[in-house]
Design a protein around this ligand. Structure first.
Ligand code: GUN
Length: 284
């Protein structure tokens, strides 16, 4: 039986810390503000944006939503970002991805001021993460690390395998594990011997985006298993990238879906927004 690492519990603690620091900032006349941009009407993006706004209210931040129609031009979107970059009451800017196909995601990410880039997607922030000198960490990998720390797991010298090489999760995840002296392997769709590599991992992070992709034969006895996936199974039920029921008895620690990594992502976004407000007021 594995110990369940509860993202619900850990994210509540992170949010409580942010709430307290937010009160202290407000006493100094600084109200942290996050602008969330959503283009089009993708239902999943709408849910994520609503949750981000709710989290802002919960910790005491000001949030502004910019819901733009799907036909918005690149010029219009860049003009909004330019306005928000210059707006003093806004400390963090988040443009919900994916964007409609006609928009250039890379150019949009590049346009956000690195000081307000609470997703940590801007190349300057990505570079800072690479050299270990950063203010913002991408929310999902940072959330996974927070869970690892909370569970008291020491990464140093461990064999860590990350399945998935996205810019948002896989690559920065590998870097954060490396910073803590893990021996890191990144697996992806072209990886040969995927099963064997995963089955040798002390710490296994699944970020593939495929329901129940990680099966029991891919997990070492006593491994720590962190599941980044949010998928629907064949019955439409929420599930992760890990086949939880078969893997759980073999793991030492495991994150559930829902209630694992998911709630951490938004909690870390709140932490980044707080940091942005501090940075822009010379307090960090
Ligand atoms: N779409 C899915 N995850 C994310 C995220 O963390 N940030 C943004 N901006 N868009 C996303």
């Amino acid at each position: 039986m594995a110990i369940l690492i509860s993202g619900k519990e850990v994210s509540a603690k992170v949010r409580a810390d942010v709430r307290k620091e937010c009160e202290e900032l407000k006493a100094k006349g600084i109200a942290p503000g996050l602008a969330v941009i959503i283009v089009g009407d993708d239902p999943a993006s709408r849910v994520y944006v609503n949750n981000k706004k709710k989290a802002c209210a919960d910790v005491g931040f000001v949030s502004e939503e910019y819901a733009l129609p799907a036909e918005t031009t690149q010029e219009e979107l860049l003009s909004l970002i330019d306005t928000l970059n210059k707006k003093d009451e806004i400390h963090g800017i988040l443009c919900q991805l994916p964007l409609p196909k006609h928009l250039d995601e890379k150019a949009v990410i590049n346009a956000i001021s690195p000081l307000k880039d609470v997703d940590a997607f801007h190349p300057s922030n990505v570079g800072r993460i690479m050299i270990g000198d950063y203010h913002f960490l991408p929310c999902t990998p940072a959330g996974v690390m927070e869970l690892i720390h909370y569970a008291g797991i020491d990464v140093s010298g461990k064999s860590c395998v990350v399945i998935g090489r996205s810019n948002i999760v896989g690559k920065p995840m590998a870097m954060l594990l490396l910073h803590e002296n893990g021996t890191v392997t990144i697996c992806h769709s072209r990886t040969k011997n995927l099963k064997e590599i995963c089955a040798a991992a002390d710490i296994l992070v699944a970020a593939v985006g495929r329901p129940k992709f990680v099966t029991v034969d891919m997990v070492k006895d006593g491994a720590v298993v962190l599941d980044v996936g949010i998928n629907r199974d064949e019955n439409g039920k929420l599930c992760g990238d890990v086949d939880f029921d078969s893997v759980e008895p073999k793991a030492s620690y495991i994150t559930p879906v829902p209630g694992g990594v998911g709630p951490m992502t938004i909690a870390m976004l709140m932490k980044n927004t707080l940091m942005a407000a501090k940075l822009q007021n010379g307090l960090s």
